[in-house]
Each structure stands twice: as structure tokens, then as C-alpha cells.
Write a new protein. Structure first.
Length: 225
């Protein structure tokens, strides 16, 4: 197995174990054992668990870079729903990171810097998107300062929605994760120009489409694996 394949195996295995047990409960030795490689082989690629987590976060950033910064080209209610669904599904895929984020960022200055850079880029992109929604008449803000407030509010809710439903002892399925969009939608409700029922219907249809697409992709992966 080549270096890239070994690194991908380590990262994928670590992500699965961290999601299931938490990063604090899983040692690098356990990751090596689950990969069926030697401890020395793992440490050749990743000297510490922090380096593995940094590489996992790079996966988050890379996924965002694949089309997430073109959202302003589609300023519609439907695409806005798809955007937040995409974010919530990403959180589900990397759920250990979002569960443990404050502790992980406090303990690793490199990870904190990369997270802040990613967050600043996303915030700027979201502001651009909201301004496009205003320009085409989908939304209307009487006070421009509300744009930043709503972006921050939506960011806090989406990043913490997983923790919220787990605290309520709800199984964090994709469907339950996506329920978070209805909460975000209610916050945005006063600013839509179109009739509320139309906005809600279009949004939920878009969410349903994302779920069906993801479930179909998962079934295809199960069939080919």
C-alpha cells in the first residue's frame, strides 16, 4: 500500500473511531490496530493524534472548497436550504470534531489557526450570499447590521445542533440533523419577501431532496463495498 493510501486509511479509520468513541478515548495505537498496520507505520505518517485531527479538519476544509464558495451564483430559497443541509450533513459526517471543538481548538494552536482561517472565509462567503439574496429580492433587511447578526446566529446553531439533539437523547440520524434547518428558517422568517408558506414549502422540498440524494449515495457505496 502506498503512502497516500496508508494515510487515507489512517484518517478514515480514525474518523470512524473518533465519531463512535471520541478522540480522547481512542489512542493512536488503537487506530493502528484497527488499520491492521504497525504502530511504527502509523507514526511514520502521523507523529501524534493532533496531526491526525489536523488532517481530518483538512478534509472538512477541502469539502467546503469544492463548490461552497460559488453559492452567490444561485441566490434562491431552494439553494439556501440546500446550503444549510449541506453544512448540517458535514457536521454529521465529522461529528466528533463538532462535539469536541472547543477543547480541540484550545489544545492545538495550529488547528485553531486553520479553523479561524476557514471560518473567516466562510463568513465572508455567507455575507456575499445574503447580499445577493437581497439584490434579487428574495430577502429584505431594514437594517444592514442584521446580516452579520443572522450569519453569526445561523453559524452558532448549525455548529451546535448536533450537541443539542444529543443532549435531548435523540438519535443523531441525518433526518434529525436536518431538522435543525427548520429552526434556522424560523429565525430568518421575518426577512423573506415571498409568502412564508411558499418559502417553507420550497425549503422543505429542497431538504427532502438532499436527504434522498445522500441516502441513495450511501446505498450505492454499501453495494459497491
Amino acid at each position: 500500500m502506498g503512502s497516500r493510501e496508508t494515510q487515507a486509511l489512517i484518517i478514515g479509520t480514525a474518523l470512524k473511531l473518533f465519531n463512535e468513541h471520541s478522540s480522547g478515548a481512542v489512542s493512536t495505537n488503537r487506530v493502528a490496530e484497527a488499520c491492521d498496520i504497525s504502530k511504527g507505520n502509523l507514526h511514520y505518517h502521523f507523529k501524534t493524534k493532533k496531526e491526525i485531527i489536523q488532517s481530518i479538519f483538512k478534509g472538512i476544509s477541502d469539502e467546503m472548497n469544492q463548490g461552497w464558495y460559488q453559492d452567490h451564483l444561485d441566490p434562491t430559497v431552494t439553494h439556501m436550504a440546500e446550503m444549510f443541509a449541506r453544512q448540517l450533513l458535514l457536521i454529521h459526517e465529522y461529528r466528533f470534531f463538532y462535539r469536541e471543538m472547543p477543547a480541540l481548538l484550545r489544545s492545538d494552536p495550529v488547528l485553531l489557526r486553520r479553523y479561524q482561517e476557514n471560518r473567516d472565509k466562510r463568513m465572508a462567503s455567507l455575507e456575499e450570499y445574503f447580499r445577493e439574496l437581497i439584490r434579487v429580492g428574495v430577502m429584505d433587511f431594514k437594517n444592514e447590521s442584521m446580516i452579520q447578526s443572522l450569519i453569526v446566529s445561523s453559524w452558532i446553531i448549525s455548529d451546535n445542533w448536533l450537541n443539542y439533539i444529543e443532549f435531548k437523547k435523540i438519535e443523531p440520524t441525518q433526518e434529525k440533523i436536518l431538522d435543525g434547518y427548520e429552526t434556522l428558517l424560523e429565525i430568518l422568517r421575518p426577512y423573506f419577501v415571498e409568502p412564508w408558506e411558499q418559502v417553507r414549502t420550497e425549503s422543505l422540498a429542497a431538504i427532502k431532496g438532499v436527504v434522498e440524494k445522500e441516502l441513495g449515495k450511501a446505498q450505492k457505496e454499501d453495494t459497491t463495498s
